[in-house]
Ligand binder design. Structure first.
Ligand code: NAD
Length: 369
């Protein structure tokens, strides 16, 4: 049975083509009628950015790209946009570059043309984030949804193997968490299922050969589907946990998502049988958690939070204090509609298992829920 639902499809143009980023960017800038482009790209991406924007008149380049968009950086970029009277922002880079472009769009209303170089997926959402004094604030606003996304898998060939795996698992997390997120609908579930299949196949191919362009294309396609599903469904338990951990303990975004995902899947899965079935099928396994762990084992992906810097140097006894503190911080953010009731005890057990990297199945029956 389908039942009643409301689904919002965002208006966005997507151009997908390997080796075609410069051509697509020039054509889109012309179509949008822009004459004063503010280019947002980090110094690391300078050469790529020059190549991709070669057919465009760039009024100014902002290279002030930092993780989680510090407010001071956003204000400098906004000032630059105003100084050159920009009429379009072209962002080239990972989620941090897209995030800075979104911060400018949020206050100026300028359109964004996004050219992603990771699998973070920010380019397909209307979600923005800003960080001030170690506190990350996020919100949604349609002004920050890029007008156009240009996907070119060749731009992701330079992503180191470990970053490719973490970034791809971050996209997988968008799909898995979308399955039970607050606004999930039947369309999101289909997008998320297709995304998981594409990402798993792409991750395997890229792990075996980082130069496998077809594998990179599957990952990029999967990360787009993941982001569309996530943007529509909203943040579920997994994203709330990672958001708090990332902000409060300054953990790396993609690797934190990678570590936490198997635990949230094992925790929620038994209470969300339809989601579990879809995830298992997309992973080509009889069981969602087993399928995900087999993929992690093949990719050499870690699901221990201490490996990504959470209470990293601590003994189990000392880490217990940080785990308990994190559980208390996360509790108010737990989505009310989560398929399984979540209390402080359950969160503590989940984080404790994730800190040590214990088998995720250990959290399936935790607590009285
Ligand atoms: P990132 O943009 O910080 O990039 C990670 C690292 O990879 C950086 O050092 C970057 O220079 C490098 N890099 C990027 N592309 C590369 C390439 N092709 N080759 C080699 N190196 C490359 O990290 P990310 O994981 O892409 O994005 C994370 C940020 O995006 C976080 O701030 C997160 O909150 C945000 N995000 C937002 C949304 C949203 O919907 N608003 C969704 C996902 C992520």
């Amino acid at each position: 049975m389908i039942g009643d639902f409301e689904h919002v499809t965002f208006g966005q143009r997507v151009l997908f083509g390997s080796g075609r980023a410069a051509e697509h960017v020039a054509a889109e800038v012309a179509r949008l009628g822009a004459r004063r482009v503010l280019l947002v790209a980090s110094d690391r991406d300078e050469r790529v950015a020059q190549r991709v924007s070669s057919g465009v008149d760039v009024a100014a380049r902002c290279s002030d790209v930092r993780p989680h968009v510090p407010v001071a950086n956003a204000e400098r970029a906004r000032q630059l946009a105003s100084d050159v009277d920009a009429d379009l922002i072209v962002s080239i880079g990972g989620g941090s570059a897209t995030g800075l472009a979104k911060a400018v769009a949020l206050t100026t209303g300028l359109p964004i043309l996004a050219v992603p170089t990771t699998y973070a997926g920010s380019e397909a959402t209307n979600v923005w984030g800003l960080t001030e004094q170690a506190r990350k604030t996020t919100g949604s606003d349609d002004r920050v949804l890029p007008a156009t996304v240009v996907y070119d898998a060749e731009l992701t060939l330079s992503l180191p193997s470990a970053l490719s795996v973490a970034s791809g698992c971050n996209a997988l997390a968008h799909c898995v968490d979308a399955m039970w997120a607050p606004r999930v609908d039947p369309v999101d579930r289909v997008l998320a299922g297709e995304g998981i299949g594409a990402l798993a196949a792409g991750l395997r191919a890229v792990h075996a050969d980082p130069g496998d362009l077809a594998g990179r294309e599957r990952m990029l396609y999967g990360s787009y589907l993941a982001a569309v599903a996530f943007a529509s469904a909203g943040s579920g338990l997994h994203h709330k946990i990672c958001h708090v951990l990332g902000g409060a303990y300054d953990l790396p975004h993609a690797a934190t998502h990678t570590a936490v995902l198997p635990y949230v899947l094992a925790f929620n899965g038994p209470y969300a049988p339809d989601a579990s079935e879809r995830i298992a099928a997309a992973l080509g396994s009889d069981d969602a958690v087993v399928g995900l762990l087999e993929l992690y084992a093949e990719l050499g992906a870690s699901h221990a939070l201490r490996d990504v810097g959470f209470a990293a140097a601590d003994s189990a006894e000392a880490a217990a204090g940080t785990v308990a503190e994190a559980a208390r911080l996360i509790l108010p953010a737990v989505p009310p509609g989560n398929p399984r009731p979540v209390g402080e005890e359950e969160l503590t057990a989940l984080l404790d298992a994730a800190w040590a990297g214990r088998p995720p199945t250990s959290v399936a029956t935790t607590g009285a829920a």
